[in-house]
Design a protein around this ligand. Structure first.
Ligand SMILES: *Cc1c(COP(=O)(O)O)cnc(C)c1O
Length: 371
C-alpha cells in the first residue's frame, strides 16, 4: 500500500500549533491539585454558553451522556418514543435506548443528509416525547420546520450538535436552536479535547440544574443525593485544553470553509453529488461528504495515491447488530446514502494545496473511468 500523503485527520498538528499554551494550561491544572469541578470547568462553561448564545452550559463526560442526561432530565424513558434521523452516528440512537425509550427513525432529506422535516409528522404517535435533530457533518438541520411541528405536538426538540460546534442557522448558533443541545468534544470533533468530554447547552434553568445534579451522582451538596444520578463530568485537564482551543474555533472553522469552497469549485463538473448548503445556514464542515455510485472504486483509487478517506457511516443504526429488533425496517434513502457516501479529508490543518491534490486525483479517477 502507498504511503499516506494526505491523512484523513491529523490531531498532532493542532497540538503543535498550540503546544506552548496547551502545555502551560495542563501543567497549571496538574500543579493546582484540583482536578474536578473547578475553575477551568467554570470558565469553559461560561465561555461556551456565550459562544453558543445560551444562558447555560453544563460540562459532562462525553456527547453520548450529554444526550442521555437531557432525556433523563425531561423524564423521557420506558414507553416513550423519540424521533431520530435514520442517517446519523449511532450515539444519537443509543442515547434514546439507554434511557429505556424507543428511537423512531425518520428518513433524511437527500440534499442535506439531515432529518427530512416533511416526514416527521407521520412518525408522531401518542407516545412521542421528543425529536432529536442532528446537525450532521456540520450543517444545521431544518430547525424552523422542526420547531413548528414540535410546538404543534408539544414535543421537546433536542439538538445533537456533536458535529456542529459554531454552525449557524438564521444567525443563531447550533446549541441554541432547540430546548437543549448535546455537544461532544471527542478529539476529532471541530472543538476537540484530548480525551472524552461533552456538554449540554440550554436556556432552561430548571433543566440546567437537573443535569448538573444528575451528572454528579444526583447531588448538589456533597454526600446529599436527591436523585439517582450518574457520574458524568468534564474534568479540569480537558476543560483547560478546551479553554485554550475555544478562542480559535471560529478561525479554524474559517480554514475548513476555504477548503470546502475549493472542493466545491474543483469537483463541480464531475459525476459526483456534492454537499448542498441550505439557505441561511453556515456549515462548519466537520466532514466534507460526497456521493457517487463509484464510491468503493474511488476510495480504493485514492488510497493507492496515499489519500485517506472514510465512510460516515458504512452501516446505518437500524441495520447494526445492536438494533436487531429494527432489521425489518426499510429506510431506502438512508440505505442508499450509506452505499454512496465518501468523506474527503478536511480540517484546519490541511492546506489548499492538499485539497487541490485530492481533487486532482479524483479527476484522474473519473478520467480513467471514461476510457
Ligand atoms: C461524536 C458524536 C456523538 C457522541 O459523542 P461522544 O463524545 O463520542 O460520546 C453523538 N452524536 C454524533 C452525531 C456524533 O458525531
Amino acid at each position: 500500500m502507498a504511503m499516506t500523503i494526505i491523512p484523513f485527520l491529523n490531531l498532532q498538528a493542532p497540538y503543535c500549533e498550540l503546544q506552548a499554551d496547551l502545555d502551560r494550561a495542563v501543567s497549571r491544572v496538574m500543579a493546582s491539585g484540583w482536578y474536578l469541578l473547578g475553575q477551568e470547568l467554570c470558565q469553559f462553561e461560561s465561555a461556551f454558553a456565550s459562544f453558543c448564545g445560551t444562558r447555560y452550559c453544563i460540562g459532562v463526560g462525553n456527547g453520548l451522556e450529554a444526550l442521555e442526561l437531557i432525556l433523563k432530565a425531561y423524564d423521557i424513558g420506558p414507553g416513550d418514543e423519540v424521533l431520530v434521523p435514520s442517517n446519523t452516528y449511532i450515539a444519537t440512537w443509543l442515547a434514546v435506548s439507554n434511557v429505556g425509550a424507543t428511537p423512531i427513525p425518520v428518513e433524511p432529506d437527500s440534499r442535506t443528509f439531515n432529518i427530512d422535516s416533511s416526514l416527521i409528522e407521520a412518525a408522531i404517535t401518542p407516545r412521542t416525547k421528543a425529536i432529536i435533530a442532528v446537525h450532521l457533518y456540520g450543517q444545521a438541520a431544518d430547525m424552523a420546520a422542526i420547531k413548528a411541528i414540535a410546538a404543534r405536538h408539544s414535543l421537546k426538540v433536542l439538538e445533537d450538535a456533536a458535529q456542529a460546534h459554531g454552525a449557524m442557522y438564521h444567525n443563531k448558533r447550533a446549541g441554541s436552536l432547540g430546548d437543549a443541545a448535546g455537544f461532544s468534544f471527542y478529539p476529532g470533533k471541530n472543538l476537540g479535547a484530548m480525551g472524552d468530554a461533552g456538554a449540554v447547552t440550554t436556556d432552561d434553568s430548571n433543566l440546567a440544574e437537573k443535569i448538573r445534579k444528575l451528572g454528579n451522582y444526583g447531588s448538589i451538596k456533597k454526600y446529599y443525593n436527591d436523585v439517582k444520578g450518574v457520574n458524568s463530568r468534564l474534568d479540569e485537564v480537558q476543560a483547560a485544553v478546551l479553554n485554550v482551543k475555544l478562542p480559535l474555533l471560529d478561525e479554524w472553522t474559517e480554514r475548513r470553509r476555504v477548503l470546502a469552497a475549493i472542493y466545491l469549485q474543483q469537483l463541480a463538473d464531475l459525476p459526483i453529488i456534492l454537499p448542498t448548503v441550505i439557505d441561511r445556514a453556515q456549515h462548519v464542515w466537520h466532514l466534507f461528504v460526497i456521493r457517487t455510485a463509484k464510491r468503493n472504486a474511488l476510495q480504493a483509487y485514492l488510497q493507492k495515491q496515499g489519500i485517506a478517506t472514510l465512510i460516515h457511516y458504512p452501516v446505518p443504526p437500524h441495520q447494526q447488530h445492536a438494533y436487531a429488533e429494527m432489521h425489518d425496517i426499510k429506510m431506502p434513502i438512508c440505505e442508499l446514502m450509506h452505499k454512496t457516501v465518501l468523506s474527503l479529508p478536511i480540517g484546519p490543518h490541511l492546506t489548499a494545496a492538499d485539497v487541490l491534490t485530492v481533487c486532482h486525483h479524483i479527476r484522474d479517477f473519473y478520467a480513467s473511468q471514461a476510457l
